[in-house]
Ligand binder design. Structure first.
Ligand SMILES: Cc1cc2nc3c(=O)[nH]c(=O)nc-3n(C[C@H](O)[C@H](O)[C@H](O)COP(=O)(O)OP(=O)(O)OC[C@H]3O[C@@H](n4cnc5c(N)ncnc54)[C@H](O)[C@@H]3O)c2cc1C
Length: 329
């Protein structure tokens, strides 16, 4: 449904002219009797619903939020994906015969069994497609992570998208991570008026998973990058006042195919800031289990627990307050 390239909008490859005119996707097969329920109105759910509707199935999408689009609507910032374009595409999908029911949460308002029941107000479906997404902020597991002023990246972007913008005017912001969420969070913080935005990443620029064009744009906008730098503690005590970091070097290759950052001794320093946003995300296994849905093999591989981290001694020292600190201004 969407072009994967984040800069597609900027370089004009979005087909805006086509989207400008209301458009009804073609019916490919005749009407069918069996009804299908899709849970989640993100790109996966909407695409599944569209394809099913084109093949003649009556489709109902159940979405827990009051808007459709999933992470395209509440994750990817508006400056990268204008909502007018997104909403037009969603309208096109609805015209194909897809019905979307909002404020309907699986596990709270209905169950998969209920959908598959022959009777009942939400029953009568022959199949259910689960497309509830796989974004969940992963905790860093460092001291001070729960202090007021620490946001998790996807939640921060969701809050901003839904109009709950934190006041960042004139503040320094540290963003932890090197993926798309980190860069989106950093550039969004700038747009909210932050005085300085620091991206703290434990590997080098080359290893950053974020799109190169986005990293380049962030550099150009004045985001300050700190590579080979690992946060070991968030400073307080009542509200975040800084982040303690440790310099790293790259060691052996790890399971992700990238060289593992390992700590350099005696090079700790502190980054002065007012907000801090860890941006790693992982599939919501606990949520899937709660909903009684078995994770796929790909998801299951995330459940094997973490290998002992070479950072653990540093975290322990941070917990004991014994790190030497250097301050950024
Ligand atoms: C900040 C950010 C930037 C990104 N940038 C890009 C990019 O530039 N290009 C790109 O291709 N990809 C990008 N991605 C990734 C992309 O957004 C995801 O791959 C995509 O949204 C996944 O689609 P999905 O439908 O599987 O899940 P989601 O988009 O997460 O949608 C899941 C939907 O299910 C709903 N839901 C969840 N639980 C329930 C429940 N219990 N009951 C009912 N409904 C439920 C959610 O509210 C949501 O609407 C980005 C992601 C993020 C977070």
């Amino acid at each position: 449904m969407t072009n994967r390239s984040p800069s597609a909008w900027q370089n004009g490859s979005w087909r805006i002219t086509k989207l400008d005119k209301p458009w009804t996707p073609k019916k490919l097969e005749g009407p069918k009797e069996k009804k299908v329920a899709v849970v989640g109105a993100g790109p996966a759910g909407l695409t599944a619903a569209l394809r099913l509707a084109q093949r003649g199935y009556p489709v109902t999408v159940f979405e827990r939020l009051n808007l459709a689009g999933g992470m395209m609507a509440v994750g990817i910032p508006e400056y990268r994906l204008p909502r007018a374009i997104l909403n037009k595409e969603i309208e096109n999908i609805k015209r194909a015969g897809v019905e979307i029911k909002f404020n309907q949460e699986l596990g709270k308002d209905f169950t998969v069994d209920g959908l598959l029941n022959k009777s009942g107000s939400k029953g009568g479906f022959s199949a259910v497609v689960l497309a509830i997404g796989a974004h969940k902020s992963r905790r860093l597991g460092i001291p001070g992570e729960d202090l007021p002023g620490v946001y998790h990246g996807t939640q921060f972007l969701k809050d901003v998208a839904m109009g709950k913008k934190p006041d960042m005017k004139g503040k320094s912001v540290a963003v932890v991570g090197g993926g798309a969420v980190a860069i989106d969070a950093a550039r969004t913080a700038l747009r909210l008026g932050a005085k300085k935005v620091h991206v703290i990443y434990r590997r080098t620029r080359e290893e950053m998973p974020a799109w190169k064009g986005e990293i380049h744009a962030a550099f150009q906008e004045g985001v300050q990058f700190h590579f080979l730098t690992n946060p070991v503690g968030v400073l307080g005590p009542e509200h975040v006042t800084g982040v303690e970091c440790h310099l790293a070097k790259l060691g052996e290759f790890d399971a992700s195919g990238r060289r593992r950052p390992i700590p350099i001794e005696e090079t700790e320093f502190e980054a002065l800031n007012s907000f801090s946003m860890p941006t790693s995300s992982s599939p919501p296994l606990a949520r899937l289990r709660r909903l009684n849905v078995l994770p796929t093999e790909a998801l299951r591989s995330h459940s094997v627990g973490r290998a002992p981290s070479p950072w653990e001694p540093i975290w322990q020292r941070a917990r004991k307050g014994s790190l030497r600190q250097v301050i950024w201004h």
